[in-house]
Every structure is written in C-alpha cells, then in structure tokens.
Design a protein around this ligand. Sequence first.
Ligand SMILES: Nc1ncnc2c1ncn2[C@@H]1O[C@H](COP(=O)(O)OP(=O)(O)OP(=O)(O)O)[C@@H](O)[C@H]1O
Ligand SMILES: [Mg+2]
Length: 250
Amino acid sequence: MLKNIVTIHSFRRSVGKSSLAANLAGLLALEGRRVGLVDTDFQGASAHLFFGVNEADIAHTFNDYMLKKCDILQTVRDLSSQIGATGSGGLFLVPASTQISDILQMLRVNMDLERYTTGLEKLEKTLDLDILLVDTPAGLNENTLMAIAVSNTLVLVLRPDQQDFQGTAVIVDVARKLNTPAIQVVLNDTSEVINNEEVVLQLEQTYQCGKVTILEHSEELLAMGSTQPFVLEYPHHLISTRIKQLASQL
Ligand SMILES: Nc1ncnc2c1ncn2[C@@H]1O[C@H](COP(=O)(O)OP(=O)(O)OP(=O)(O)O)[C@@H](O)[C@H]1O
Ligand SMILES: [Mg+2]
C-alpha cells in the first residue's frame, strides 16, 4: 500500500510546481526525513536541474521504468550527501528523460496505473521513505488523473489569475471525486499590488481546502533559474518560512 505520496500539480503551466517540489524535497531531507522526488513530466523534465544532475550522467530514467526497460531502483540517484543531509535524512531523485526521442515516445504512451503504483510502492519500501513527492506536468489528462488518484496529498499550485482560479476549481472537483484524502493549495508568484488577503479568502471559500499558502514573487528566486532549491540558499526568506509551514503539514 502507498504510504505518503504527495503529488504537486497545477491546471496551468509554468506556475512554479517543479520549483516548489525541489524546495520541499531539499527542505524535508535536511530536516531528517527520507524523501523521494519523482519527475513524471515527460515533456518538460526539470527536477534534476535543481540538484545539478548532468543529463549525460543519467543512465536510467522514469521513462525507462514506465516502458519496462529497467527496474525502478535503477533510476534512483542518491543526492543525500550532495545536499548535506545528515543522520537518517535522505533525498532520492528519480529523473525523467530530456532526450527528444524519449519525449516523442512518451507522447504516444499512457502510463500503466499498475506499473506506476508498483514502482512508487517499491521506492517507498526499499528506500524506507517518509514521503514521496511527485512532480507532474500541468493540466488534466489520463496520466495526471492517475497521479492524482494515487495521492495521499495533492498540492495544487496556481498564480493569481482568473484562468488559474477557474482551472484549479475543476481539479479540486476531480480530486474530490477521486477521494484524494488531502488537498493543499499554494498561491504562487503573488504581487504587492494584489489584495492577497481578499484573494486567499475567496480561494479558501471556493475550494474548501483549508488554509491557502501564499508565496510572493521573488526576483532572487527567478534569478536562480531553476539551478537549486531557493530554500537552501535563502533559508530565512519569507518564502522559505511559508514552504517550511507547508512542509510540516505533509
Ligand atoms: N515565487 C516565484 N517568484 C519568481 N519566480 C518564480 C516563482 N515561482 C516560480 N518562479 C519561476 O517561474 C518559472 C516556472 O517555474 P517552474 O518550472 O517551477 O514551474 P512549473 O509549474 O513546474 O512549470 P511546467 O508547467 O513547465 O512544469 C521558473 O523560471 C521559476 O524560477
Ligand atoms: Mg515543472
């Protein structure tokens, strides 16, 4: 049985999912938790970038596992010592492929639910994980529905935009129909010129998902260009404090 799968998802693209996933992963591992991070974004693999993993050094990817070309354990990269995790803490990355041929191949493939859950289960069990974070591509399709369906917690990221509000409402409805046990909403990239309190109140009333986490726009985060988790570089920044609060609930 799956223990603690946390799927990070959004209705629209480029809202900050991968960045949040890398931040949560790095943070939790440094807090002594055993963390897995699986990149299921076959068209825009990015989880490896935040930890300086060179594409040329990746022998096996999550694509290979889903296509039955390898075992899930062959795809794992142990980043624990690299990020300075001590004691029992650890970070284990399962990257997706950036090769054009692999990306095109995955366009034609729907993920097999049984293989997906078996792979996640094996990761949780063999690596003795406390939490397994899954970074997804945006939008609703068969693969993302499957990822939502097997989640213990769904983290939905959105930007302050009516298109995001509307699309996220659809995903919240879908997740409820799939009986997702917990949903966390993260309003990312907010601006001082917006009345954040009013927006958050509106979202909390509409989605009925508890407290919404607000992460403001940060030029420092943007400047890092997905090269490392922001929280590790700026541990005392307000964004890092808010991500820590969110992490404590996962
Ligand atoms: N709070 C923020 N302030 C400033 N820039 C941000 C913030 N959050 C994310 N970004 C930037 O937005 C861009 C998109 O972020 P990211 O890749 O994490 O989004 P994504 O939702 O995973 O995108 P995709 O849908 O393509 O997978 C990146 O350049 C990232 O650095
Ligand atoms: Mg992404």
